[in-house]
Design a protein around this ligand. Structure first.
Ligand SMILES: Cc1cc2nc3c(=O)[nH]c(=O)nc-3n(C[C@H](O)[C@H](O)[C@H](O)COP(=O)(O)O)c2cc1C
Length: 325
């Protein structure tokens, strides 16, 4: 399938794997790229720019297809070495960067000069328009359904995507709630040029995370996520567990007085314990409502082939078969 996104990133299928903390290692990024999508290494999971450079080099030994790096600009207390990470990306010969979080404007000239295409992930039309205005090449529009940080507007993709389509000139992909061929066709119908998936890619054979994480996603329904950290305006959609219930209880009790320090046990340093050790009650970890549509743990290639086959079936048989009125 050819879309503006497949053309922009030189990939076969319009399917991107979003950056995911402690999930987006070389194994997953290479598997997605080898299957014809765009795999993404999560930059900040690598502790230093040197570690990111090594991860990029490792990914290159696993695929000769294009892959990208996610750089998340955090509202962080201690700012990571962003100039170092940007240098590692450029010197690593990466040609695609997914930015997320704060405005990436400062880094665009260096990235563009190196021939890198930048896709900025945002959760509102106004942020998408800002990304377009500062020169991003594409945007990933993350609806309210998404795992991770859906922003504070709570607009689901059935509204957000067509609003993006009527407002943007640059191409965009639909992110949040995407799982299968139906999602892809719906996203295309709403004006997107492809899809970005997070949660769905965790439940694959190649995702380098503990088996219990994959099983938790398969076991979860669409009712099992919760929004945390809303009082801090840093809302995150996570899978419900005992730590999340504790966190929400603190939010209820403390109300407007809640500070980050109050919930630090439930949110800080959680990812390695969940993703590597499989300690499923360690704290709050991102997961999308799309868990309700995830029932198996295929290989990445099986997943992507299945999505494309199903999408083509819907377009060429079901929809074409509806005929003219
Ligand atoms: C476990 C997990 C970790 C994530 N970590 C990041 C991250 O570090 N940076 C980022 O930009 N997005 C992150 N995301 C968001 C994904 O890239 C993607 O936008 C989101 O998962 C899309 O929604 P979906 O899960 O419904 O597919 C994460 C998502 C998950 C599920």
């Amino acid at each position: 399938m050819k879309t503006l996104i497949t053309e922009m990133f030189g990939i076969q299928h319009p399917i991107i794997q979003g950056g995911m903390h402690y999930v987006g290692f070389a194994e997953l990024a290479a598997a997605v790229s080898n299957a014809g999508g765009l795999g993404i290494i999560t930059g900040l999971t690598q502790r230093t720019p040197e570690a990111l450079a090594a991860e990029i080099a490792r990914c290159r030994t696993m695929t000769d297809k294009p892959f990208g790096v996610n750089l998340t600009f955090l509202p962080a207390l201690s700012s990571p070495d962003y100039p170092g990470y940007i240098k590692a990306i450029i010197e690593g010969g990466v040609k695609a960067v997914e930015t997320a979080g704060n405005n990436p404007q400062k880094w665009l000239p260096a990235l563009h000069e190196a021939g890198i295409k930048v896709i900025h992930k945002c959760t509102s039309v106004r942020h998408a328009l800002k990304a377009e205005a500062i020169g991003c090449d594409a945007v990933s529009v993350d609806g309210f359904e998404c795992g991770g940080h859906p922003g504070e507007d709570d607009i689901p993709n059935f509204i957000l995507l067509p609003r993006a389509a009527e407002s943007l000139k640059i191409p965009f992909v639909a992110s949040g709630g995407m799982a299968d061929g139906r999602s892809l066709v719906a996203a295309l119908a709403l004006g997107a040029e492809g899809i970005n998936m997070g949660t769905r890619f965790i439940a694959t054979q190649e995702a380098p995370v503990h088996e219990k994480v994959k099983q938790a996603i398969v076991a979860a329904s669409e009712l099992d996520t919760r929004l945390v950290m809303r009082p801090l305006r840093n809302t995150e959609r996570v899978l419900r567990n005992a730590a999340v219930d504790r966190l929400l209880e603190k939010e209820r009790t403390l109300g407007a007085d809640l500070k980050f320090e109050d919930i630090i046990n439930e949110v800080a340093g959680v990812y390695p314990r969940i993703m590597i050790e499989g300690d499923m009650e360690a704290g709050a970890w991102s997961c999308g409502m799309v868990a309700g549509l995830i029932h198996d743990i295929p290989t990445v290639k099986e997943l992507i082939d299945r999505i494309m086959l199903e999408a083509e079936g819907i377009i060429y048989r079901r929809l074409a078969g509806l005929g003219h009125s």
